[in-house]
Unconditional design. Structure first.
Length: 247
């Protein structure tokens, strides 16, 4: 049986240690939803996915999602709409709410996220370099077609799918399955439960420029330039998160 030590023991306050707060599943889901809203994955006036869909995405129970949504309603970030088009819709935050709500999700896990982005940058630059070295005519055709689809996509969902298809085509051109697995896992580890690639606004335009330069480097067989662009592209997502954290 565990016994708490008194104030003079190693576990006491005199050692400079305070209580450690372990976030609950509800805390985590609420934070992830706030992060997704702050990053524009769910824009003002947009309806959230259903409780069931969110539970499947985040791999938590529906009661946990329900409690997290209730928390966002309490701080004024969501409103309930009844009727055929009913559900939970994103509300615009007031200035004071915006500063606190968008900054809260990121700091607790920011150090780990920074390391993961660094690792992801290394992996993605290696994939791009290898793709530029190993691509064949079939790969070039697939990558070029994927870039055209990405450039033509208009809605965030379409852009998201086209982005994934383009990166998948580049990864396939590298012809190394473990690299593909590592890339997928790192993306999952950094996405806060939702896709966080820049699919809206100014960052989306910068992402399109990166994609075009990346595809050019791979098609032309320029490994150094491909690696540099890929690393810069990953840094764009990290920078978007940092700007969100800063409010």
């Amino acid at each position: 049986m565990h016994h708490e030590e008194g104030p003079t023991g190693r576990g006491g306050a005199s050692g400079g240690l305070g209580p450690v707060r372990v976030a609950s599943a509800v805390d985590e889901v609420a934070d992830r939803l706030l992060t997704a809203i702050a990053l524009g994955e769910f824009s003002v006036g947009e309806r959230l996915p259903t409780e069931r869909e969110l539970a499947l995405t985040l791999k938590v129970s529906r009661p946990t999602v329900r409690a997290a949504i209730a928390r966002l309603r309490e701080i004024g970030r969501l409103e309930v709409v009844r009727g055929r088009r009913g559900g939970h819709y994103v509300r615009a935050a007031r200035p004071v709410e915006s500063a606190s709500a968008t900054q809260r999700p990121l700091p607790p896990r920011w150090e780990r996220t920074t390391v993961l982005f660094d690792t992801r940058g290394l992996i993605e630059s290696l994939i791009a370099r290898t793709a530029a070295e190993r691509r064949d005519p079939t790969d070039i055709e697939a990558i070029t077609a994927a870039l055209e689809a990405y450039a033509a996509a208009a809605e965030p969902t379409q852009i998201r799918r086209a982005d994934a298809a383009l990166h998948h085509a580049i990864t396939r051109a590298a012809k190394n399955e473990p690299l593909a697995v590592y890339s997928h896992q790192l993306l999952q580890d950094t996405d806060a439960g939702f896709p966080v690639e820049p699919h809206r606004g100014g960052p989306a335009q910068r992402a399109l420029r990166d994609h075009r330069e990346l595809v050019d480097a791979i098609v032309e067989g320029d490994p150094d330039r491909a690696a540099t662009v890929a690393r810069r592209h990953v840094a764009l997502t990290e920078r978007t998160l940092r700007e969100t954290r800063a409010g």
